[in-house]
Ligand binder design. Structure first.
Ligand SMILES: [Zn+2]
Length: 247
């Protein structure tokens, strides 16, 4: 039977390990943290086919820098540690957070959306790389909330998900709406021109009615950082560790 002393020691060790992990991940940038979480996820939970191949190659230096690996024990499997729960939470969330777009018919306003595959989740496609299927830009990315209708388990479902795209692809996303707006605006201008002409011709005492068309405003709202949707585990610093991971 475990003595009180060794029990105390084990609680202390666990806390120290958690603290060490937190300090370590907070020092990483978002992409390195992503890699770290997913590598740890695979270490803890395993995979039939290791998707690690999809990740950029780890150098010896990466391993050294990590400085610290977990030794999996039977007890860990039965009672997942804080670190295990953290990376699982991250991993699970990734699948229903971002989507991938097929923009091949963007001119007609049709944007196809689908969930990411595991390989894409692992490599960061649609999160750290443009979510347009055929674009691999990694700079100037913005996150947009899009309404995604999909079919799952015999049901039609709808969800507001994030689509991360580069500037050029963002234009494709709003291409049709933008064109329609431009058309509408030029039509209005024409009408106004005609009206003014007519007014001048007919009488002058009618006040000038100003058209207050709103200026070009992007419909797509920038997705807000949603790192606090599950309050139940807040006290365990999960959210702090995942901060900035879901822009
Ligand atoms: Zn793009």
């Amino acid at each position: 039977m475990a003595s009180f002393g060794s029990l105390k020691q084990s609680i202390f060790d666990k806390e120290a390990r958690k603290q060490q992990y937190q300090d370590y991940v907070r020092g990483l940038n978002a992409f390195d943290r992503h890699k770290k979480f997913l590598n740890d996820y695979i270490d803890y939970y395993g995979k039939q086919k290791s998707p690690r191949e999809a990740l950029p190659i780890r150098t010896d230096q990466d391993t050294l820098r990590e400085g610290y690996r977990f030794i999996r024990t039977e007890e860990d499997d039965k009672y997942p540690s804080w670190e295990q729960r953290l990376v699982k939470r991250y991993y699970d969330k990734l699948f229903k957070e971002y989507c991938i777009a097929d923009m091949s018919q963007y001119k007609t306003g049709k944007i196809g959306l689908r969930w990411r595959t595991e390989k894409e989740v692992m490599s960061g496609k649609g999160q750290f790389e443009c979510g347009n299927k055929h674009c691999n830009k990694r700079d100037g990315l913005s996150s947009y909330e899009v309404n995604f209708s999909y079919f799952e388990a015999g049901e039609n479902k709808q969800a507001l998900v994030k689509l991360v795209v580069c500037e050029r692809c963002a234009e494709k996303l709003y291409y049709k709406k933008q064109k329609e707006k431009e058309k509408e605006e030029s039509k209005l201008k024409e009408t106004e021109k005609h009206r003014k002409k007519r007014d001048r011709n007919e009488s002058d005492d009618e006040g000038d009615i100003a058209y207050s068309r709103s200026k070009d405003r992007r419909k797509g709202k920038k997705a807000s950082i949603s790192n606090a949707d599950d309050k139940t585990e807040d006290d365990e610093n999960f959210d702090e560790c995942l901060e900035g991971m879901f822009p």
